[in-house]
Structure formats: structure tokens, C-alpha cells
Design a protein around this ligand. Structure first.
Ligand SMILES: Cc1ncc(COP(=O)(O)O)c(C=O)c1O
Length: 502
């Protein structure tokens, strides 16, 4: 296929005042400023003089005069048989951007500074062991995903169209309603489902719609940073009660002691994040009982419940109180995170509000992938895919456990037991700084997350979250050897110079 040369769309930058005259002087000034401000960058091609003159409705000679002047100033350069370009010898736009940044950061609001920090925290890890949710090798959706894409995008339902429904494409909602009924015992109608940009957006919608300032909320301790970061930053004066978990899940009686009238509880009942155990039936019943009495909401984050390796996945809590539970699911784990598609199953009374806020944030999720995914689910490929990756992740998990057993002494680090999910936890046996190990590991080519940011200040623990991507055994072995050395070095340092504060 012939390549289409990239030519900068100058008319959108150029606003001429023809009544004022001196058109060439105006043009020179506009183009000079566009280059200084980085709107035109070194190497950008400019339109041919004839074409630009026609678009702007001015004489071609004026354009030639303008280009000649800017070439003489060194702002533009002419290349034989190629045309006119922004000069390569200009200061690089990145250095301009940096100086703009340093001037403006003085004026940033507290919120802007907090979000800038969050941006650093949420930078994705490089796609290598042990990054979570990297669909490579056998965990990639196979050719059928590409085929469906081609089939629906070319001229089918996913072809370019106008604005769509903020609630999400009906065919996808309908496929999800069937899927969650079969696989998660969640009974709902397509009308109760709102398609979101992953669970992350759904959590944000919940925070804005269900809570008001001065409300109290329960959040598990430890918990997913994507949840705690939203609650810490998006509502002022929110009372966030971090409620500890034990092997049965959230300690409901402690939650009641801390904040009996909380408006909502954010929980991960099928697979506590990041520890991995399911919430027991008794604890679910206690939580639901409290929520019913208080008319509180339970936000059930069911992020990777499909991936249980022994026996069937645990059913969702939703069935116990469909009027009080907001059930959140995602395709980031079972398909791939860059898809950015998830869903909220809502009590009917909340649907319109979720759609309204959704419309204000981004109107609706991109429609094309919704159609592709809807068909993928409806035709049975999702469940087939899940069966396959369950097997792959189980195998990888076993592989990693064996490597940890071989290379890392239990006196230094040990694995949290568990039988589901896409990650495992490696606890440090003593007070090793997990943020430091994660940083050093990153520098040595291993992607791991520290677990300490998932805990509240009061109950800090140190360890690593290891994702179970489908990396080959050699890569996994090399990565565990690197981790083993880092942990051992840190362990030795700590035993020589124990921290008196710990
Ligand atoms: C517990 C938990 N909830 C929610 C999410 C957000 O997932 P997404 O926004 O990709 O659907 C994640 C992602 O890692 C997670 O671990």
C-alpha cells in the first residue's frame, strides 16, 4: 500500500486578519510562534506553497515570501525535491517542554500535585517476569480475536458510526448478562449493566455517585491501590476506615467498631487483593446483614475470580443482596488489560446516574471493541479461552513456586498459600524494604511490585507481588535468581546493621 506522507495541517494553526493587511508579516509571526511553542516541531513537513495559498485564499507569492524569510532565519529548511520542513537544528521540543513544566509546577493545586504522584505510582511495569496481566504466549487470545475484529470492523456492526449509548453496546451487555449468570451466579438483565473502561473507571464512578463528603467508607486492609488512591483523592473529608482481613476475609465486627454507619464497603470477596483468600460464607452473611441494616452499598470487585486452579471459582457475593451490591467485573485479566473493558452490574435505581457520569467523563467506551467482545463471548470463545489460560497459569504458578523453593531460603522469604488468581505474594521473613527491592529488581530487568503500598500505615508488611505471565522457564529462572540475590544482599545488610526502629 502506498505510504501517505505526513503533512502538518497548517490552516488550523493559521488565523489571518486579512483586513489588517501585511499578510506575509502575519504569516511569518504565526509560524515563528508555532515553532517556538512546539506546535510545529523539528522535521515537520509544511504544505506545498500552491496548496497552502489555495486553502488560505491568498497569493502563492505571499507563501513563497514567508517560507523564504523563515528559511533565512533558520526556522525552516528547504530540501531539494522534498519540500519545506521545520528546521532540524532547532531546540528540541522536549527541552522546551521541560522548561515550561518547571515554570508551571509552582502554580499547581494540591489535587494536581497528588495526581502527578499517582501517575508515577501507576506507570505500568515492563512486560517481563513478573508483570501482572501480560497476555503473551499461550495466554494470548488466539486468531479468532483478530478474525472477529476484521469481520466486524470492515463493514459490520463495529464499522465507524456516530455516538453510541453511554451505557455500552446492548449486544455486549446482553452477552455479559448471560456470562455472569453462568459463570458467577450473578442474576441480572442487560439493562442493569454499564460497560466501563475497566474496573478502575467503575471504582471511580462508585466513589462519585455513592459517596458524599464526610461519609465513612470501609476498605479492606490491605487493598488494591487503585481503590485507596481514588478514595484518598477524589472526595474531600471522606473518612476512610481501613478494615483488617483475616483468613475469612474482611473483619466485619471491626468495621462496625470503626465506622458503624459507613456508606459503603469496598471488598474483593472471591479473591482478596492482594492476599488471595476468598471471603467465607459466614463473613459474607455478616457483611450483607450490616449493609442491609445500614442501607450501605457493598462494592464487590471481582477482578480475577475466574482463575481458580483447584475446583470451581467461588460464587459472587452479589446473589446474597442484589439490591445492595454493585458487582464489578473486568476483561483485563481473562483477556488483556489494554482492551480497557469492564462492567458494573447495578441495582436498577443507580443505572441512570452511572450512565450520566459516564457520559460526562468520556461519553462511552469505544464501540468497535465492544462489538468484537460481545460476539467473542456470545459465540462461546471467552469461556474456552478461560479454560485454556487457567491451565497455563496453574502451570506457571507451579513453576515459580518450584524456582522460589530452589533459590530463595525460607528464612528470607516465603510464599502466601493460595489456589487462584494471576499473581502470588512472596513475603519477606524480616523487615526488608520491599520498595527498594522492587526498584532494584526493575533496574536488573525483573518487574515486581512491592506489597507495602497496599497496606495502611498502621499495619505495614513487606513483600512482593509476582504476576504469573506466560514467560518461558529460562526467563522465570533468571528472574528468580536475580530476586534471590537482591533479597539475600538486603537480608545480609539487615543482619549486620539491624534497624533500631523496627
Ligand atoms: C483488585 C483489582 N481491582 C481492580 C483492578 C483494575 O482492573 P482494570 O481497570 O484493568 O479492569 C485491578 C487491576 O490490577 C485489581 O488488581
Amino acid at each position: 500500500m502506498a505510504r501517505i506522507a505526513k503533512v502538518i495541517d497548517l490552516p488550523s494553526i493559521i488565523k489571518l486578519n486579512k483586513a489588517e493587511g501585511k499578510i506575509s508579516a502575519q504569516l511569518i509571526q504565526i509560524l515563528r510562534e508555532a515553532v517556538q511553542q512546539g506546535n510545529l516541531q523539528a522535521g515537520d513537513p509544511l504544505p506545498a506553497s500552491r496548496e497552502l495559498a489555495k486553502t488560505l485564499g491568498i497569493a502563492r507569492g505571499t507563501i513563497i515570501e514567508t517560507y523564504d524569510q523563515l528559511i533565512a532565519e533558520g526556522v525552516l529548511e528547504a530540501r531539494a525535491r522534498q519540500g519545506t520542513f521545520v528546521s532540524h537544528i532547532l531546540k528540541s521540543p522536549s527541552s522546551q517542554a521541560i522548561s515550561i513544566q518547571s515554570i508551571d509546577s509552582d502554580n499547581l493545586t494540591d489535587a494536581a500535585q497528588a495526581y502527578a504522584q499517582i501517575f508515577k505510582e501507576f506507570k505500568p511495569l515492563a512486560h517481563r517476569p513478573f508483570a501482572v496481566s501480560v497476555p503473551i504466549g499461550r495466554t494470548q487470545p488466539r486468531d479468532v480475536w483478530r478474525k472477529f475484529g476484521n469481520r466486524f470492523r470492515a463493514c459490520g456492526v463495529a464499522a465507524p458510526s456516530g455516538y453510541d449509548d453511554p451505557q455500552g453496546v446492548y449486544a455486549l451487555r446482553s452477552a455479559i448478562a448471560d456470562y455472569v449468570r453462568r459463570s458467577r451466579s450473578v442474576q441480572c438483565e442487560p439493562e442493569q449493566i454499564v460497560i466501563t473502561s475497566g474496573i478502575q473507571q467503575a471504582l471511580y464512578l462508585c466513589s462519585q455517585i455513592l459517596l458524599t463528603k464526610h461519609d465513612a467508607v470501609w476498605v479492606e486492609d490491605p487493598a488494591y491501590r487503585g481503590t485507596t488512591a481514588i478514595l484518598e483523592n477524589s472526595l474531600q473529608h471522606l473518612q476512610i476506615s481501613r478494615v483488617p482481613v483475616d483468613e475469612d476475609g474482611i473483619l466485619v465486627h471491626t468495621g462496625i467498631e470503626l465506622a458503624p454507619h459507613a456508606r459503603a464497603a469496598f471488598v474483593t470477596p472471591s479473591h482478596q487483593y492482594p492476599l488471595g483468600m476468598p471471603m467465607s460464607l459466614a463473613r459474607r452473611a455478616e457483611l450483607v446483614e450490616w449493609a442491609k441494616q445500614q442501607r450501605a452499598w457493598i462494592i464487590e470487585d471481582d477482578y480475577d475470580s475466574e482463575l481458580r486452579y483447584i475446583g470451581q471459582p467461588f460464587p459472587a457475593l452479589h446473589a446474597m443482596a442484589p439490591d445492595r451490591v454493585i458487582y464489578l467485573g473486568t476483561f483485563s485479566k481473562v483477556l488483556f488489560p489494554s482492551l480497557r473493558l469492564g462492567y458494573a452490574v447495578l441495582p436498577k435505581v443507580l443505572v441512570a446516574a452511572f450512565c450520566g457520569l459516564r457520559a460526562l467523563i468520556d461519553r462511552h467506551p469505544p464501540s468497535a471493541d465492544q462489538h468484537v467482545l460481545g460476539a467473542f463471548i456470545q459465540e462461546g470463545y471467552l469461556e474456552r479461552h478461560i479454560r485454556r489460560i487457567r491451565h497455563v497459569y496453574a502451570e506457571n504458578r507451579q513453576q515459580i513456586i518450584q524456582l522460589i523453593d530452589r533459590y530463595i531460603p525460607k528464612t528470607q522469604a516465603f510464599i502466601e498459600s493460595g489456589d487462584q488468581g494471576m499473581h502470588m505474594v512472596l513475603w519477606f521473613a524480616n523487615s526488608v524494604d520491599d520498595l527498594k527491592i522492587a526498584r532494584l529488581a526493575g533496574e536488573s530487568g525483573v518487574s515486581v511490585k512491592a506489597i507495602s503500598p497496599t497496606f495502611s500505615e498502621a499495619s505495614q508488611r513487606s513483600g512482593l507481588i509476582l504476576g504469573l505471565g506466560d514467560f518461558d522457564v529460562d526467563q522465570l529462572e533468571q528472574a528468580i535468581q536475580i530476586l534471590s540475590k537482591l533479597i539475600n544482599d538486603e537480608h545480609q545488610k539487615n543482619s549486620l546493621h539491624p534497624n533500631p526502629n523496627l
